[in-house]
Design a protein. Structure first.
Length: 638
């Protein structure tokens, strides 16, 4: 079936070539990146980037942000041990188990990373509200700090325009309704996005008769006010509620027979609630000199109904930046504060970050030079309801240097060096019983990127080679049941991104990654981990998509995602009998505009009904994306 699905993609490509127009296409749109708080074209950046705009997201036919990141980008995205609303993200070979902790994710500048081992919650973001997604790889440590070892994902939203609604339904009891409303008048923009999603369940009922059903609702309201040409304010309020049940692991025999079966247990029942607000203001002090302040507050609750375990979170952040730009010189200086607290039934735990940074770029003819540095203080406090308090701190630093050189109108080359760090999250100080594990060391990385950009009449191509050396990479050792550090490790790889225009009506996107992640030395395993491959890392990753405009009103999108096999997520000695199998998923969507205000959409996910899963260890497999799902929807806009 896997060979057949790949052959189907190849057949479509072969069929499409004769239909392509031979004439040159119009020039590609200019893509702007702002990952380091300095704006310029992506081909002139001194670091590798991957950009996805709103029109690409719409053309893909996906229904959620997680789906888009999984099917259309170079990222590895998988449900967190069965939970589809809190998914694991990996980039550049840090492993599907812990990779998300090495990536900083921001929403309109607000940091979404948690202070414990909970992944960033991206299911609370309305897909229709997204303007663009910027992925900076192996860079971003100076302006984003703690956790930006693999890179940074910046998600930017846009003001709503007019009034619109979308409704869809599918098999397995899936239905979704979303709406938007926007008011734009002179200096004032008001936006409202709302989304409601339900599913009846993809797996068999558990022993209590419940299926893996879910209910999610999100609401987002934003205001932007520009009272003068020099002054601007923005205010945002977001709220989300998620109620979900998700299955536990299966043995290999159970998985082979039927991934949807229940292995005789009760599904995990979890409820999420998150409310946040953010405020920002920008002032043009002088020509080329801008001051900006951003503040954000977030309250979250995660409740495991089946066990009674509940955690409340309070996050507060402030960031002040001063941007200066004149002729060939651009500078940004800033400071940030983050205070995170988790409140449990028996304790309160804090992780606080404070930082200063300076980033600069200088253009000398066709050459761009970039340099930046950051210093950050990370403080911890563990306060049990009874007993002694524990505290600790780390003083950490990061710096980057980069170069971009234009060789011709169509080609640039770039090189980047980044020294980054990851301070441990608060869960890393405790073992599986909840006993104090000890303060472990921060992870440190040094990454070198070397790449080339080429923009021609038919292609927008980016090639990047990278190497990362690490000290004290953080992981959970399943043999000793403790959190600890890998003494030394390294990663290297190749990344290929290409957007190709076969003609005026047909285009394709390709994202290929080759990644090797090696454990060089680790005392914890008594030498058994030395020289082994880091578990949960696929050597090859590929996402392909074709967008075909059949006529001015109809469009087809066909995509395929492939990731090669990997060692199970806890197999640091590479000794388990079972490995994580290769991942395959083929998706198809069709859209047709009846008139300017009405559009019909039909989708099929996992067209060839491939079975996929996350292998934690032998006979502990969490099935994911194992059903063929169809959906029908209508979009109305005024």
């Amino acid at each position: 079936m896997k060979i057949f699905s790949l052959a189907a993609i190849a057949a479509v490509v072969a069929f499409a070539f004769p239909l392509a127009h031979a004439a040159d296409n119009a020039a590609f749109d200019t893509i702007t990146v702002t990952a380091n708080y300095i704006s310029h074209e992506d081909t002139e950046a001194a670091y590798p980037s991957e950009i996805h705009a709103a029109d690409q997201i719409k053309a893909s036919g996906v229904s959620s942000l997680y789906d888009y990141l999984d099917k259309q980008t170079s990222l590895v995205v998988m449900p967190s041990y069965g939970n589809p609303f809190s998914q694991l993200i990996d980039m550049r070979g840090y492993g599907i188990g812990d990779g998300y902790q090495n990536i900083v994710v921001n929403l309109d500048g607000r940091r979404l990373n948690n202070i414990d081992m909970s992944p960033q919650l991206l299911s609370a973001i309305a897909l229709e509200s997204i303007d663009r997604i910027e992925i900076a790889k192996g860079s971003g440590s100076v302006v984003h700090g703690d956790g930006a070892m693999a890179g940074v994902i910046n998600i930017y939203t846009r003001p709503a325009s007019g009034v619109g609604a979308t409704a869809s339904l599918g098999n397995y009891g899936v239905n979704q309704v979303s709406g938007r409303g926007g008011f734009n008048s002179g200096p004032l923009d008001l936006s409202l996005y709302a989304d409601q999603y339900q599913q009846g369940g993809f797996s068999d009922p558990d022993v209590s008769g419940k299926r893996d059903e879910a209910d999610k609702s999100t609401l987002s309201a934003k205001m932007a006010l520009r009272p003068s040409e020099r002054l601007a304010f923005d205010l945002g309020v977001d709220s989300s509620r998620i109620d979900t049940r998700y299955p536990g692991p299966l043995s290999l025999a159970e998985y082979r027979v039927k991934p949807a079966q229940n292995s005789g247990n009760t599904y995990t029942h979890q409820e999420f609630a998150t409310d946040s607000w953010n405020f920002g203001g920008a002032l043009d002090l002088l020509e080329g000199l801008k001051l900006r302040w951003d503040h954000g507050d977030e309250e979250k609750r995660s409740a495991y109904v089946t066990t009674g375990w509940t955690s409340d979170y309070l996050h507060r952040s402030d960031r002040l930046t001063l941007n200066y730009s004149h002729d060939a010189l651009s500078l940004v200086a800033g400071g940030s504060l983050f205070a995170g607290e988790r409140i449990g039934a028996t304790n309160r735990t804090h992780k606080d970050n404070s930082a200063l940074f300076l980033q600069g770029e200088y253009r000398w003819g066709d050459t761009l030079l970039a340099l930046g540095a950051r210093t950050e203080l990370v403080e911890y406090l563990y306060a049990p309801n009874g007993g002694a308090r524990l505290n600790g701190e780390h003083e950490l630093s990061a710096w980057e240097a980069g170069l971009n050189r234009r060789l011709s109108d169509r080609m640039t080359v770039f090189s980047n060096y980044s020294k980054a760090f990851q301070a441990p999250d608060i869960d890393r100080f405790f073992d599986w019983t909840g006993a104090f594990n000890g303060f472990i060391l921060p992870a440190r990385s040094e990454t070198v990127n070397l790449g080339v950009n080429f923009v021609g009449p038919h292609d927008r191509l980016k090639l990047t080679l990278f190497h990362t050396g690490l000290k004290n990479e953080i992981y959970y050792d399943s043999l000793s049941f403790t959190n600890t550090n890998i003494d030394r490790s390294h990663k290297y790889g190749l990344e290929v991104q290409d957007e190709h225009r076969f003609g005026e009506t047909l285009s394709g996107h390709l994202n290929y990654t080759y990644t090797q992640a090696i454990i060089d030395q680790e005392d914890q395993g008594g030498g058994t981990y030395d020289g082994k491959v880091l578990p949960g890392v696929s050597r090859h990753g590929l996402s392909l998509s074709l967008n075909w405009e059949l006529n001015p009103r109809s469009r087809v999108n066909l995509s395929h995602t492939f990731r090669s096999e990997a060692y199970a997520t806890t197999d640091f000695a590479n000794s388990f009998t079972q490995r994580q199998e290769a991942y395959h998923s083929t998706d198809l969507s069709y859209s047709h505009r009846l008139r300017d205000q009405v559009e019909l959409v039909a989708t099929v996910k996992n067209l060839f009904e491939e079975s996929n899963g996350i292998w934690v260890q032998d006979d502990a497999i969490y099935p994911v994306n194992f059903t063929r799902n169809w959906g029908l929807g209508v979009k109305v806009g005024l």
